[in-house]
Design a protein around this ligand. Structure first.
Ligand code: SAH
Length: 599
């Protein structure tokens, strides 16, 4: 369990960890002291990073290890056949850094000069690595998996390189083939879109549409909390880059790894301008299909075991699947290979257009006699536009061809997976499911405080500050807050009861997915907690006393984070256990860091 307090400094971490970084070594001078196989492998690593290694060793050329000799013979590595001298550190380097070398590798821990070299390097701020001598090092090397531009590095921070290497292998084995080349392809697409859109003289704020590509560690951009309304002009101009960023966020890795030229062409072709695609004008009479049908089905909150049998059958039998972007990867994995799948290009500012596209594709499919499955996340009728879709198909004369299948909604299951009973005797006797974002991005009227009420807000975390403000303070518009105005039949208005700032609440993200996260706090600190902890969409907010029905906050802690999903444990016959707020399932174990970069 990690927790933070805005008023006091966070407690020191339980284990010492390192700052992991991807170092740009192009053109750097690396000194390698030694002539053993490790010297050869350091030279290989150094060359792979674009550096220029210099091997210094007084071992006679004829006695050099063959791998070292091969490097030298290739001309890529400079060889100084003599003993190391202290002024090598400040004379062999690049001119632009006053000839100070960029890094030093001592490849034998028994080398008697290692302590002196280390001390001098540390004094001169030259990064130094001495094999098997952590005390003499200012940096250590990670156990690295490389696949094209993708590098994954693991360190146990001195707890054992064999263990690090094993973890690295397991992490790499869990990744689909072709992920490295997918990183390369997606990187190229991104660059092309940035260039083309740049030529179109975008508003500078369009930059925030995607990460800047320089820092892979932030999973949340500074623009995260900015509400993008559907009418946002910039959103229209940055559609393609937003779509690309959604692909990277939501497509299953397997699907990303198999990205094809046709996918790339589709991404590049999409929305170069803001004109709408041609769509039928509502109720124009169309030929009636004879066999086609549409199944509108919910796929549950995330875990594939939460799919209903009915939806599973529909997945197996459909001719065409049109999936919303939030449909979980584990569910998409169940789709037979032969079945074409299209994923909605939904992102802030493009929701209506993506919806129109999918509906048009559904109509085309049904008219061609296909069984089209509209696969939605959670339950199709809970903020899934399911009702609108049924109305759309009715308007096109296909009402009798539509079947709607329910799904487990995140609004009720995410609280459960976070150990929050939405109702409980003497705690909460009602549940309200709300949206945090209204139509056209307008804030909806906030629900009134009722002490025994549990409120679940979907689509709310990107504007958490605004939402908390509306729930807890009286905002006046022309002297009267919307919800205080007299309702029909009333002559005087009624004050809306406000939520106390110390009302317990919980942010539940990616419920039932392996990377589920729960942040438990109060309305007072929730915005700050999200700001500090970052986002892991999709997520929702649960507000009310029920959040503390099975959880007791630790004294003096303003929020607590629980990371990881324990699974359904059905195979083991073990009862489903609920998180107890005591930090079980934490994935960032002390001592083990995993770094991922796709430079
Ligand atoms: N029809 C869906 C909701 C669609 S609206 C359902 O019944 O679940 C999308 C919102 O649902 C997201 O913004 C988020 O608030 C919530 N959501 C969806 N899946 C979630 C999950 N696994 N964990 C937490 N919240 C989720």
């Amino acid at each position: 369990m990690a927790s933070s307090s805005p008023t006091t400094l966070p407690p020191p971490p339980a284990y010492h960890t390192s700052l992991l970084a991807a170092h740009n070594c192009r053109g750097h001078i690396h000194l390698i002291l030694g002539s053993n196989p490790l010297a050869a492998s350091r030279a290989t690593q150094s060359l792979a990073a674009g550096a220029k290694p210099i091997i210094i060793t007084s071992v006679p050329a004829a006695d050099l290890h063959h791998a070292v000799a091969a490097h030298i013979a290739s001309g890529a590595v400079t060889h100084l056949a003599r003993a190391y001298e202290e002024n090598d550190l400040s004379t062999l380097g690049r001119q632009e850094v006053d000839h100070v070398v960029d890094a030093v590798f001592v490849t034998s821990s028994r080398d008697p000069i290692a302590p002196t070299v280390s001390a001098t390097c540390k004094r001169l701020r030259i990064p130094i690595n001495v094999v098997d001598a952590p005390a003499l090092c200012s940096f250590s090397l990670l156990s690295v998996h490389v696949d094209g531009p993708l590098q994954i590095g693991v360190t146990t921070n001195g707890r054992g390189c064999k263990l690090a290497s094993r973890i690295r292998r397991e992490v790499a084995a869990a990744l689909p083939d072709g992920l490295g080349s997918a990183c390369a392809t997606l990187g190229d697409v991104r660059r092309r879109i940035m260039q083309e859109d740049g030529k179109a003289k975008l508003h500078p704020s369009a930059k925030g549409a995607e990460d800047e590509g320089v820092d892979d560690s932030v999973d949340q951009t500074a623009a995260f909390n900015k509400l993008v309304t559907e009418a946002d002009a910039d959103a229209a101009k940055t559609r393609r880059i937003r779509w690309l960023s959604q692909i990277c966020e939501y497509w299953p890795l397997k699907r990303l790894s198999a990205i094809t030229d046709a996918d790339v062409a589709a991404i590049l072709k999409s929305y170069p301008t803001s004109t709408s695609p041609d769509l039928p004008s509502g109720a124009t009479p169309q030929p009636r299909p004879t066999t086609g049908r549409i199944i509108l089905a919910g796929s549950g909150p995330g875990h594939p075991d939460l799919l209903t049998q009915a939806t599973h059958k529909a997945i197996q039998r459909a001719d065409l699947i049109l999936a919303d972007k939030l449909v979980p990867a584990g569910v998409l994995d169940l789709i037979p290979r032969r079945t074409p799948v299209r994923i909605a290009r939904k992102f802030p500012g493009n929701a209506d257009r993506a919806q129109e596209e999918l509906l048009q594709q559904a109509l085309d499919g049904v008219r061609a006699g296909q069984t089209v499955l509209r696969l939605k996340q959670g339950d199709p009728f809970i903020y899934g536009r399911g009702g609108e879709e049924v109305a759309f198909f009715r308007a096109h004369g296909l009402g009798d061809r539509v079947v709607v299948l329910p799904g487990i909604t995140s609004s009720l299951s995410a609280p459960l997976f976070a150990g929050i009973p939405a109702t409980q005797r003497d705690v909460a006797d009602q549940v309200l499911v709300c949206t945090g974002t209204g139509k056209k991005g307008k804030p909806p009227v906030p629900p009134e405080f009722v002490a025994s009420r549990t409120v679940v807000f979907l689509m709310a975390l990107h504007r958490i500050g605004g939402l908390v403000g509306e729930l807890t303070t009286r905002v006046e518009e022309d002297g009267v807050w919307e919800s205080d105005k007299p309702r029909e039949g009333e002559t005087t208005g009624r004050r809306r009861a406000l939520w106390p700032l110390d009302t317990p609440c919980a942010v539940v993200e990616r419920a039932s997915c392996p990377d589920q996260r729960v942040i438990r706090t109060t309305l007072r600190f929730v915005a700050e907690a999200i700001e500090q902890e970052g986002s892991r969409p999709p997520g929702l907010l649960v507000v009310g006393r029920a959040c503390e029905a099975l959880f007791t906050p630790a004294e003096g802690k303003t929020w607590a984070v629980e990371d990881g999903f324990k699974g359904l444990d059905l195979d083991l016959g073990v009862e489903l256990e609920l998180g107890n707020g005591e930090g079980e399932g934490v994935v960032s174990e002390g001592g083990k860091d995993v770094a991922v970069t796709s430079s």
